[in-house]
Design a protein around this ligand. Structure first.
Ligand code: SAH
Ligand code: SF4
Ligand code: F3S
Length: 441
């Protein structure tokens, strides 16, 4: 059997796509290998969202060449493949296959062609494609990534995703429910529904709230999460479903990007600071113990110290449980690159604001975590921790909790008291399930 090695960069959608690709290739007679050396096919599933993501991939392609024999096929898939197309083959002579996110159906034939010496680019969008008949080869032992929507119809001015993923399309509710049933049969109890603006999912008659209700109703499913929602798509109906479906976890990852109205407007986020705060408030009122995490960009064109200050004040006002912070990276072809050059923020200002933001965000997260000591949580054991031999588990409100190895196995649920914290992760001491169970506060 020919072997395929695959490496994944970028967001969970790419992880899900990698699982679909490996499933498709397994059906076509390829066996998966975790070692690039000696693999017949090497695929790199890439991300284009920031320049450093692309630089990492280009560096990695150089390294992977070292593992290749004369007949090894090297293919690039994902968002960089879509963005750069044949330019990737010019940049790296050993690349013989460039396949965008909507063209994975033809991957086996494309690889066959490449093994015969052809060099092919396949980057057409296919607005019907959801890979519904693929059997994903899943790597996570306890949770399943389930794409429910592809593409994006927002046009945030900094963002490459609409160009690399095409127009937004929602997958049929029945297919999402069927896949949820299948993963439960395979022993997984948590699903993460994926889409670029996942809560805008709709099938013409039903909205994302109804999708949450349908997935939560699948027999045996214990936890339902989703990422990433857009603030504008949190209708009352979606929030009500989150509140009412017991399987939907008390966590929302709600990218804000900036706390300044001027920046939000220039980013074309389609909400202002007040609307974002109001959205968080509506959700917190409906869902006790909700934890809120976010994404923030610093150094977007025209950002002043005062704008950056507004982001810090918004972070304090919301009290984010965690935040991913990014320095603005200009992406070719996006509207942000056509803004007047005098709006470009000096790199020393970006660096300073970034350091300040990270400091503030961390200190908020720390103090929120210290406040939680002594509380109890149900945790799902996900994997063996990287250090110390403990098990790494996760609470419904998305906190990482280390539990003693002897207390459980991967895939188990157990109740713990949060007895220690580094400020970022917790140690949990198992307690009897009958004990009083305060929900997250
Ligand atoms: N679809 C998701 C986010 C996709 S990209 C959403 O809309 O919420 C993930 C994050 O990368 C974004 O939330 C944003 O914070 C960051 N990002 C996107 N483009 C970027 C760019 N050009 N420079 C820096 N950060 C960027
Ligand atoms: Fe990018 Fe905005 Fe779409 Fe998110 S909503 S993928 S940030 S364009
Ligand atoms: Fe990156 Fe594409 Fe995801 S650009 S963040 S892999 S949608």
């Amino acid at each position: 059997m020919p072997t395929v090695y695959l490496e994944t960069y970028g967001c969970q959608m790419n992880v899900a796509d990698s699982e679909l690709m490996l499933g498709k290739l397994a059906a076509a007679g390829y066996s998966h290998t975790e070692d690039p050396a000696g693999a017949d096919v090497i695929l790199v599933n890439t991300c284009a969202v920031r320049d450093n993501a692309e630089q990492r991939v280009l560096g990695r392609l150089g390294e992977l060449k070292g593992h290749m024999g004369p007949n090894t096929v090297l293919g690039v898939t994902g968002c960089m493949a879509q963005r750069l197309g044949p330019r990737l083959m010019d940049a790296e002579s050993r690349v013989s296959l460039v396949v965008g996110p909507d063209a994975y159906r033809s991957l086996p034939e494309l690889i066959e062609g490449a093994r015969r010496g052809e060099r092919t680019t396949a980057t057409d969008f296919d607005l019907e494609e959801h890979y519904d008949d693929f059997q994903a080869r899943r790597f996570e032992g306890v949770k399943a990534w389930i794409p429910v929507q592809r593409g994006c119809d927002y046009r945030c001015t900094y963002c490459i995703v609409p160009y690399t993923r095409g127009a937004e399309r929602s997958r049929a509710l029945d297919d999402v429910v069927r896949e949820t049933r299948e993963v439960v049969e395979q022993g997984l109890t948590e699903v993460v529904l994926l889409g670029q603006t996942v809560n805008s999912w709709n099938d013409g008659t039903r909205d994302f709230g109804e999708l949450l209700r349908a997935v939560g109703a699948v027999d045996g499913i214990k936890r339902v999460r989703f990422t990433s929602p857009h603030p504008n798509d949190f209708t009352d109906s979606v929030i009500a479903a989150m509140a009412e479906v017991p399987e939907v976890c008390e966590h929302v990852h709600l990218p804000v990007q900036s706390g300044s109205d001027a920046m939000l407007k220039r980013m074309l986020r389609r909400y202002g600071r007040a609307e974002y705060l109001e959205c968080v408030e509506r959700m917190r009122a409906a869902i006790p113990g909700l934890s809120v995490t976010t994404d923030i960009i610093v150094g977007f064109p025209g950002e002043t110290d005062a704008d950056a200050e507004e982001t810090l004040s918004l972070a304090r006002e919301v009290g984010f449980d965690d935040a991913f912070t990014f320095k603005f990276s200009p992406r070719e072809g996006t509207p942000a690159t056509r803004m007047p050059p005098e709006l470009t923020v000096a790199s020393e200002d970006v660096d300073r604001r970034y350091t300040e933001l990270v400091t503030v965000v961390r200190s908020i997260a720390r103090s929120r975590n210290f406040q939680r000591l002594g509380e109890r949580r149900e945790v799902l054991v996900e994997k063996v921790a990287r250090r110390g031999g403990d098990l790494q588990a996760r609470s419904r409100d998305f906190r990482t909790v280390m539990v003693p190895a002897e207390s459980a196995s991967i895939g188990d649920y157990l109740f713990v008291e949060l007895t220690g914290t580094t400020g970022f992760t917790f140690t949990g001491t198992p307690v009897a399930q009958r004990a009083a169970l305060p929900v997250a506060g």
